[in-house]
Design a protein around this ligand. Structure first.
Ligand code: GUN
Length: 279
């Protein structure tokens, strides 16, 4: 039987309308409008597109958003200066520095400069540490979106075997932490993993976050598994995930499409984190 498609666009739309209502209520209560600053350095076309989508989503739900576009030639000092300015701006509750930064800039130092209370991406080591100990914190947006999708299909990870393919700080590691917190048995796979296919085949929950187009094939997937595809890759003009969707959907129990799966959830979670940051 073909898999149930998890429609990220639809789930995200519901989250966005709930947030829009919450923001409206806040304003009626005299509370400040949540504000997000998005910092974009350089001219990476994918980053430009993501930032545009984030800005549009903010506008739609009533979040004040401002974009700070800087040339790739900006110095580390000037960039840190902007972060300092945003850290002390009372209209700004959340700061997002779009990654990756161009060569020559120290990403780690920039992220560490963001006040942890304004770190709506959940990338600051303080927030990463809080997530690791299972404390309440800003959860990185894509991993948070993945968990919302599992909740949406009423999938309880407890006691299940979860395999995460990819170990990035943005997706692989935090999604593994979240699955662990929900009592899954979690394996993180990466480029040095032996028998990746065998590992994937054991997964009740398979999260693909490697950035390799259609790498996960139907015979890598356990029948009935929940397959969450975080990949966004281009083949010519077509956008595809890390999962060979057309074939895997015949084996999996649930599957997320690309586009229209995890991507819209990432944006919805950013909006939710920003509203939370506004207090
Ligand atoms: N680059 C790719 N994904 C993300 C994300 O979630 N946040 C930021 N800031 N940069 C990214």
């Amino acid at each position: 039987m073909a898999a149930q498609i998890i429609d990220g666009k639809q789930i995200a739309q519901q989250i966005r309308s709930d947030l829009a209502r919450q923001i409206q209520e806040r304003i009626e209560q005299g509370k400040p409008r949540p504000g997000l600053a998005v910092v974009l350095v350089g001219d990476n076309p994918a980053s430009q597109l993501y930032v545009k989508m984030k800005q549009k989503a903010c506008l739609e739900v009533g979040i004040h958003s401002e974009e700070h576009r800087l040339p790739a030639s900006i110095s580390q000092g000037r960039l840190l200066g902007l972060i300092d300015q945003l850290n002390s701006d009372p209209r700004i509750h959340g700061i997002l520095v779009q990654l990756p930064l161009p060569d020559g800039l120290d990403e780690e130092e920039v992220i560490m400069r963001i006040r942890p209370e304004k770190d709506v991406d959940g990338f600051h080591p303080i927030n990463v540490g809080r997530l690791a100990i299972g404390a309440d914190t800003y959860v990185p947006c894509t991993p948070a979106g993945v968990m919302k999708m599992l909740d949406w299909i009423n999938y309880d990870p407890a006691g299940k075997k979860a395999v995460v393919v990819g170990r990035s700080n943005i997706v692989g590691k935090p999604v593994a932490q979240l699955l662990l917190k929900r009592n899954a048995t979690v394996t993180i796979c990466h480029s040095h993993t032996k028998d990746l296919m065998d590992e994937c085949r054991q997964a009740d929950i398979l999260v693909a976050a490697v950035g390799r187009p259609q790498m996960i094939k139907a015979d890598w997937v356990k029948p009935g598994a929940a397959v969450i595809d975080v990949g966004i890759n281009k083949i010519g003009k077509k956008t595809v995930g890390d999962v060979d969707f057309d074939n895997v959907k015949e084996v999996a129990g649930w599957i997320t499409p690309v586009p229209g799966g995890v991507g819209p959830m990432t944006i919805a979670m950013l909006l939710a984190n920003t509203v939370r940051a506004a207090g």
